[in-house]
Design a protein around this ligand. Structure first.
Ligand SMILES: NC(=O)c1ccc[n+]([C@@H]2O[C@H](COP(=O)([O-])OP(=O)(O)OC[C@H]3O[C@@H](n4cnc5c(N)ncnc54)[C@H](O)[C@@H]3O)[C@@H](O)[C@H]2O)c1
Length: 310
């Protein structure tokens, strides 16, 4: 169906898992990544790696040669840091996306898949799943730049006829998540506990997240690639909410010995309730998340036990 894929951000967490899956599907894969967060060893052996910046027209044009499908994963992935660094966030997450779009025009690209986020939504009053029709009022610069990028992708798709699938990932976890003190609460808690420190919960811990495993994110991308629909926007989550306190307690029990969670002031920009309504993606793309936290969390712990981050 498609022959050659570009995965921007393919040296990062989701992009590297996705690149591996695309190679297994028989596609050629080009990875464009500036290694600001990603690591060269994450790029699968059979993928072609170009070190470059999604904001550079020259780098992007080089990466797009012969490509017919694009998975746009590269971004600055931090809600918290986007509050202070909103300019840098927009430069990469919005302007980098616009650079990709202008470089795609007039080429052999048939489809674009854009990694959006649950951060595009307004906060919720309660822990009920939200559909794609829920209010789009982001409370962080990161959410604003993702939402603006979505809108440009849609406009671009209707102007050029290039098919576009927008996937709003919820909280993604799994082996290989890029470690920073700000992104991926499971990865952060696992690292702290393995380091003999307690997990720190911001706020009361009752905020609920939809934790979706990276294999499911990859599976949703493959289904969206294969879909005949010219344009779509989908939540990618499990439909199930778990509180940050529950995660902290579970991890303390599994790793912590005597460690107990500590509490700190709630952080601005973070949604209190963020749970995906998955009806649309089930109906249109025949996708449902298969992995569960219960089955996958031990694997994450074991991985970081064997490969501690210095
Ligand atoms: N991890 C999550 O929970 C989550 C949730 C919702 C959406 N997303 C989105 O999924 C995508 C992938 O996220 P991830 O968790 O794999 O993050 P990640 O940080 O592991 O990967 C992002 C990659 O983009 C690269 N990158 C950053 N700026 C770049 C630039 N200017 N030019 C080229 N490469 C650049 C980084 O080096 C990194 O390898 C992002 O678009 C993110 O916004 C992630």
């Amino acid at each position: 169906m498609y022959k050659k894929a570009l995965v921007t951000g393919g040296a990062g967490f989701i992009g590297s898992h996705l690149s591996r899956a695309l190679l297994q599907e028989g596609l050629e894969v080009i990875v464009l990544d500036d290694l600001s967060m990603g690591k060269p060893e994450n790029v699968p052996e059979n993928a072609e790696f170009l070190r470059g910046d999604i904001r550079s027209q020259e780098d992007m044009e080089r990466a797009l040669r012969g490509v017919d499908v694009v998975f746009h994963e590269a971004a600055r992935v931090s809600i918290r840091s986007s509050l202070k660094h909103f300019y840098e966030d927009a430069e990469t997450n919005l302007m980098g996306t616009l650079n990709l779009l202008r470089c795609c025009a007039g080429r052999s690209i048939k489809k674009l898949l854009f990694a959006s986020s649950m951060a595009v939504y307004a906060d919720c009053d309660g822990p009920t799943p939200i559909s794609e029709a829920y209010k789009l009022e982001p409370i962080s610069p990161y959410g604003i730049s993702k939402l603006a990028s979505e809108k440009y992708c849609r406009q671009f798709s209707s102007d050029t006829g290039i098919s576009c699938q927008i996937l709003r990932y919820f909280n993604t976890y799994g082996v290989g998540q890029t470690f920073t003190p700000y992104v991926g609460v499971i990865t952060i808690f696992v690292h702290r506990l393995l380091d003999g420190k307690p997990p720190v919960i911001f706020g009361d811990g009752e905020q609920r997240r939809d934790f979706v495993h990276v294999h499911d994110i990859v599976a949703a991308n493959l289904q969206a690639m294969k879909s005949e629909m010219p344009l779509g926007t989908y939540n990618v989550g499990t439909g199930r909410g778990t509180s940050v306190r529950e995660i902290a307690e579970l991890l303390c029990e599994k790793i912590g010995g005597s460690q107990r969670p500590e509490y700190a002031e709630a952080q601005p920009g973070e949604l209190r309730y963020s749970i995906a309504d998955t009806h649309r993606i089930r109906a249109d793309l025949h996708f449902h998340a298969k992995e569960t936290l219960e089955c996958r969390i031990d694997e994450v712990i074991e991985h970081y036990r064997k490969h501690p981050v210095s």
